[in-house]
Ligand binder design. Structure first.
Ligand code: IMP
Length: 176
């Protein structure tokens, strides 16, 4: 039988846009004159990254990393797979990872580990959302849009079983 799903909005489109503008100002101040490498983490980052990058008032290079740890599940498998590596060399570059949501932190931990070994000048993270849960991993999260409780979210790039990425707001997904 198909699961029934209810979406309960928890962050409005207006709130998201205001927060992204503010984060963009901060990043513009911190990274101007550094010609950083912005790295979007697919797939969930695509709307956050597109909106954030358009607020920046300096030049940067853009690339993407692809990962998979959830499949169609709503809990991390704990095993992170790199599905797309960078096309550029990060050695000596200021790298900012753009992530939709930090949940267990395992994805970012795995990616930071790989990238640190390539000797970037700096490596930091900008995330739209961070779930407030205890984490065993230490992450260089420098910019955070929103903190939420440990609930499953969809919208603004985030999916539930590959659905709802195009919602203009972030909603809690409640399965009945
Ligand atoms: P982590 O490795 O557990 O931190 O999970 C990171 C990735 O899992 C994110 O980039 C998302 O793609 C996905 N994810 C984690 N929590 C959620 C959620 O609540 N909704 C949708 N995707 C999520």
């Amino acid at each position: 039988m198909e699961a029934k799903v209810e979406l309960r909005m928890i962050i409005s489109a207006d709130e998201i846009h205001r927060k992204i503008e503010a984060m963009g100002c901060q990043i513009s101040n911190d990274y101007k004159d550094r010609y950083p490498l912005m790295v979007g983490i697919l797939k969930g980052c695509f709307i956050f990254a597109a909106d954030l990058l358009r607020t920046l008032n300096f030049h940067y290079e853009l690339d993407f990393l692809g990962t998979s740890s959830y499949g169609n599940d709503t809990a991390s498998s704990g095993i992170v797979r790199l599905t797309k590596d960078l096309d550029v060399n990060v050695e000596g570059r200021h790298v900012l990872l753009l992530e939709d949501i930090v949940d267990t932190g395992l994805t970012l931990h795995y990616l930071c580990d790989i990238l640190q070994r390539r000797n970037p000048a700096s490596l930091k993270i900008a995330a739209l959302i961070e779930k407030e849960i205890p984490r065993n991993v230490d992450l260089p999260v420098e910019y955070i849009g929103f903190k939420t409780p440990d609930i499953y979210l969809a919208g603004f790039g985030l999916d539930w079983k590959q659905l709802f990425r195009g919602l203009p707001y972030v909603a809690e997904v409640i399965e009945h």
